[in-house]
Design a binder for this molecule. Structure first.
Ligand SMILES: C[S@@+](CC[C@H](N)C(=O)[O-])C[C@H]1O[C@@H](n2cnc3c(N)ncnc32)[C@H](O)[C@@H]1O
Length: 260
């Protein structure tokens, strides 16, 4: 169990919309669970577990699980959906565990833990037994570049300056160096484009911004939010609106590393 209570992150998450419109995040995490290959009886920690969909999938394969997430709203929803599982509010920058785990798993969450990536990796190392594995997928260099460019341009055009993005999208070289420096052996590291249909987002790129750049939107004057979002759609459409609908230009970094 977790020893220290940890400070929740300030990121605002709408856990309801997350599952209904952005369920693809956990659905597309299924291959990562295969890479984790959880074994019956293993102790596995899911860092940045969100609403717990993948935590539950790992548990269904016989492992003992603990989900940690910085958002109280996400954890509330995870506990409501999976009352038999352990979830706790916690920050990847500041957690420790009493008993070491066989694996730490993380899907689509590490790029949000951008304040100090080394500290996050060090906490993961301490949570693992020697030989324990760290299996994760996160946004990699170039992730959502078109979406970010559209948002930044719309932001500037509305006289709001440069938006401050909360994410950390490292190159493979950069992240593998960090892992090695913090005591991991990198067994696998992939950096790949994963264009992702926004099937459940009728508002297109604007819906993506509402979900993932919610914090930035709170900094815009209320009467500018809708015009800003309309402009984001106009700017992003040439690159991201296809005849089959909107696509998000995701780029992922997926890795398997082992604690020395
Ligand atoms: C895109 S969601 C992914 C959730 C889940 N892993 C999935 O596959 O659906 C990113 C999650 O990271 C969490 N998160 C962001 N910053 C965090 C931090 N510093 N510590 C712990 N969790 C954090 C968010 O609250 C959110 O639930």
């Amino acid at each position: 169990m977790v020893l220290r209570y940890v400070t929740p992150t300030t990121t605002r998450w709408n856990a309801r919309t997350y599952d209904s419109s952005f369920g693809y995040v956990s659905a597309l995490g299924a291959p990562l669970v295969d890479l984790l290959d959880p074994q019956p009886g293993e102790r596995i920690l899911d860092l940045g577990c969100g609403t717990g969909v993948l935590t539950a999938e790992i548990h269904s394969r016989g492992a003992e699980v603990l989900g940690i997430d910085g958002s109280a709203m996400m954890i509330e929803k995870a506990l409501a959906h999976y009352p038999g599982l352990d979830f706790i509010v916690g920050d990847g920058h500041d957690f420790s565990v009493a008993q070491q785990y066989d694996a730490v798993f993380s899907n689509a969450a590490l790029h949000w833990m951008s304040r100090d990536p080394d500290m996050v990796i060090a906490n993961v190392r301490e949570a693992l037994r020697p030989g324990g594995r760290f299996i994760a997928e996160m946004g990699g260099a170039g992730n959502c570049a078109e979406l970010r460019a559209a948002l930044a341009t719309a932001w500037r055009e509305h006289g709001l300056g440069e938006p401050e993005f909360p994410w950390y999208f490292p190159t493979p070289a950069e992240y593998s160096l960090r892992l090695e420096k913090e005591g991991f052996v990198v067994r696998l590291l992939e950096h790949f484009e994963r264009p992702t249909p926004l099937n459940e987002c009728p508002g297109g790129a604007a819906d993506w911004v509402r979900m993932f750049a919610a914090e930035q939107l709170t900094k815009a004057p209320a009467d500018q939010v809708e015009p800003l979002l309309r402009r984001v759609n106009e700017l992003a459409a040439p690159a991201l609106r296809t005849e089959n609908g909107w696509m998000a230009d995701y780029v992922r970094l997926r890795f398997a590393a082992v604690r020395r």
